[in-house]
Write a protein that binds this ligand. Structure first.
Ligand code: SAH
Length: 266
């Protein structure tokens, strides 16, 4: 176990959610943390414009990058602890919300165990932001009484859940599911979800590459999708996808002048 030298100044760590990519979708608090930080450790997926807001900080990418070995989770935790112990104000910046499939919980536990003060600064998670930017209300009354957020990686966990829920009763939101989307479609059909269940894939929401695919479970299983290799995509399954298409069609063609930005996915 590490012992803390109480004579050294201890800084702190803000575990900050950066939202889906558009700097307009950062929280005010996240902006303040970035402006005050001495050091930022960010994931590769965080938009460069967001990282750049930490003007006076040293900035390091610690995420997975194509062609470079990722820094392991425990090495990241050691970096956070060591830097804070040097008296620095550290921002650990993650895409979306730090506690939604972000491993923020592990970092918080490690910081706590090391006696390093930390604060969690929530961010807009892709799980609700990506659908919302594509006009999909994940809990539209009459279409879904709730929603569940799953990872596309863990078949065993989602099989357990799917076996217990009535097909179509809740909206499914699947993160990290793009690569295995065909298997997802077959598994849902095996659990009784009709082939015609509406599906949307929202890619790179809140970035200038934002795009949305709309189809059905059947088409998800069969159609090749023309997606960039490194696209981040959120899959939404359920009748709320159809509601989203209705909302998109109902929108008047003029957009509110104050909003601007590049968040919406059309
Ligand atoms: N902590 C993050 C999720 C990390 S898992 C959050 O709360 O948003 C990474 C997955 O999130 C990606 O594989 C993708 O499924 C989803 N994702 C992240 N950014 C996204 C974006 N801009 N648009 C659509 N999906 C996104």
């Amino acid at each position: 176990m590490t012992t803390i030298d109480r004579r050294t100044p201890v800084g702190h760590v803000w575990l900050v959610g950066a939202g889906p990519g558009d700097p307009d979708l950062l929280t005010v608090k996240a902006q303040r943390c970035l402006a005050e930080a001495d050091v930022v450790f960010h994931d590769a997926l965080v938009a460069p414009e967001v990282v750049a807001l930490a003007e006076s900080a040293q900035r390091f990418s610690v995420g997975k990058r194509v062609g470079r070995a990722p820094i392991g989770q425990s090495a990241i935790q050691r970096l956070l602890i060591r830097t804070a112990r040097r008296g620095r104000r550290v921002v650990r910046l993650k895409g979306g919300d730090p506690f939604v499939f972000g491993r923020g919980g592990e970092e918080a536990l490690a910081l706590g165990a090391a006696g390093v003060p930390f604060e969690v600064v929530p961010g807009l998670t892709a799980a609700v932001t990506a659908p919302a930017l594509a006009d999909i209300p994940v809990t539209h009354r009459g279409a879904a009484s709730g929603f569940v957020v799953l990872t596309g990686h863990d078949d065993a966990a989602s099989d357990t859940l799917l076996a217990r829920m009535a097909p179509g009763s809740l909206t499914l939101v699947v993160l990290m599911g793009l690569r295995r989307r065909r298997q997802l479609a077959s598994r849902l059909k095996r659990h009784g979800w009709p082939a015609a269940t509406p599906v949307a894939i929202i890619c790179d929401a809140g970035t200038r590459h934002a795009d949305v695919w709309r189809g059905t479970l059947d088409r998800l299983a069969r159609e090749p999708l023309d997606l960039p290799a490194n696209a981040a995509g959120t899959i939404v399954v359920g009748d709320v996808v159809t509601v989203g298409a209705r909302i998109a069609a109902a929108r008047p063609h003029t957009s509110p002048s104050a909003a601007g930005g590049r968040s919406a996915v059309r």
